[in-house]
Design a protein around this ligand. Structure first.
Ligand code: SF4
Length: 401
């Protein structure tokens, strides 16, 4: 059953290295790449570095050496996801209490699981696309226009910790940018490489990863805050979202406790926390990782016994840092490896990021000013939000669960 939503990724990994090489060799294509947060603290392990080594800058340099025309950051679009997701939960808190709790939607493994087994709860799912898909949609619209590139000539590649992301990019509705130019076959994200596949490509091209100097992401979809970086760890989406939710509700920066929110951190299967949001009282959140834990939570939601307003679900133990496309430094992955990667993402947030709040991201603010106007605008709904399907009939063993 795992292969359907791939928490371990062992089963259906499709190798896309050849496709990426072909795109890079095509002089008529403008090949962009985005890198997910969890890859930045794991890729180094494929080159003999310690688990959790931060190789963000080296990864950028390696991708440039491979010939990508622009190296963009999924952490940028994680900030964008937060802008939309926090606006959505605020909207639900104000207007549609009956669709609370709001479920996070950035893990395609979890989304598919919900579509198969809990379709009756899909109205709880945030309509936000994942950061991968948001970046894809923005790259072939706003970015293409700004850079003067025909979107049809862009090949959009994503480096992900996860094999489920390959399937997500292929979902038929993930063609919002194509629809904008009347080409429904043009997908927002064309190719996904796992962290391991990227490592193989780097080795294939004999790039000396360990000795590369750090490089910066390209502008204009390359700036990120610490909030975007912690997306890669269980609890990170919640922590990032609540920071911005607090700001939306109060127009003030969140208190220091929300920048180091211990209750939502760590590897406990289900974590619960509360936050006082002025004007909305106490907001209760839950965070769970691993689909076994998700079942426990979903049972309570189904029985209308859930005390929470916001619930984060990640299919992989530890969140994306433990994804099926990550280096196999230990088989099966150990909590030591997971903990090392997690510590590095929190370090990148707390110690290495100039900004830690998504709404302070200048490139995000420019994007809204020039293109989307505001979160949940009509254009944002079209490009950044999606819908889900009841797929329970596709899985005949459902009754057995
Ligand atoms: Fe992929 Fe992350 Fe979900 Fe795992 S938790 S299936 S790595 S998106």
């Amino acid at each position: 059953q795992c292969s359907l939503w791939c928490p371990t990724g062992a089963i259906t990994e499709k190798n896309n290295i050849t496709d990426v090489v072909k795109a890079l060799e095509d002089q008529n294509k403008y090949v962009i790449v985005q890198t997910a947060p969890a890859t930045k603290v794991a890729l180094g392990e494929e080159f003999g570095m310690e688990p959790g080594s931060i190789v963000e800058g080296k990864q950028v340099a390696a991708l440039r050496a491979l010939g990508f025309d622009a190296v963009l950051d999924t952490c940028f679009s994680a900030d964008l996801t937060i802008m939309e997701e926090a606006a959505e939960v605020l909207y639900r808190l104000k207007n549609v209490q009956n669709t609370l709790p709001q479920f996070t939607s950035c893990c395609p493994g979890w989304v598919k699981f919900c579509e198969y087994y809990y379709p009756d709860l899909l109205e709880h799912m945030s309509s936000c696309k994942s950061p991968q898909q948001m970046l894809g949609a923005v790259a072939k619209t706003y970015y293409a226009t700004k850079m003067g590139i025909n979107p049809a000539n862009i090949v959009s590649v994503a480096i992900m910790p996860c094999t489920a992301k390959k399937a997500e990019a292929k979902r038929s509705e993930m063609n919002a940018s194509g629809k904008e130019i009347g080409n429904e076959h043009m997908m927002d994200v064309d190719l996904v490489l796992t962290t391991r596949e990227l490592a193989r490509l780097i080795k294939l091209k004999q790039i000396d990863m360990t000795n590369l100097d750090n490089q910066e992401y390209d502008s204009i979809l390359g700036e990120s805050t610490g909030a975007g970086k912690i997306f890669g760890v269980t609890g990170g989406v919640t922590e990032a979202a609540v920071r911005t939710l607090y700001y939306y509700a109060t127009k003030e920066n969140p208190p220091a406790s929300l920048l180091n929110w211990q209750e939502v951190r760590g590897l406990k299967g289900v974590k619960e926390a509360t936050v006082d949001v002025p004007g909305f009282g106490t907001v209760k959140v839950a965070v769970c990782h691993g689909l076994k834990n998700a079942r426990v939570i979903l049972k309570q939601v189904r029985e209308k016994k859930s005390p929470w307003q916001f619930i984060e679900f990640m299919a992989c133990p530890g969140g994306c840092i433990g994804g099926g496309g990550q280096p196999k430094s230990a088989v099966p992955p150990t909590d030591d490896v997971r903990t090392a990667r997690i510590a590095s993402l929190y370090k990148m947030d707390a110690q290495q990021s100039k900004k830690r709040l998504s709404y302070q991201n200048d490139e995000i603010n420019t994007l809204y000013k020039e293109f989307f106007q505001e979160p949940l605008s009509e254009k944002a709904e079209h490009l950044l939000h999606t819908h889900y399907q009841d797929k329970s009939n596709l899985f005949t063993a459902k009754k057995d669960l």
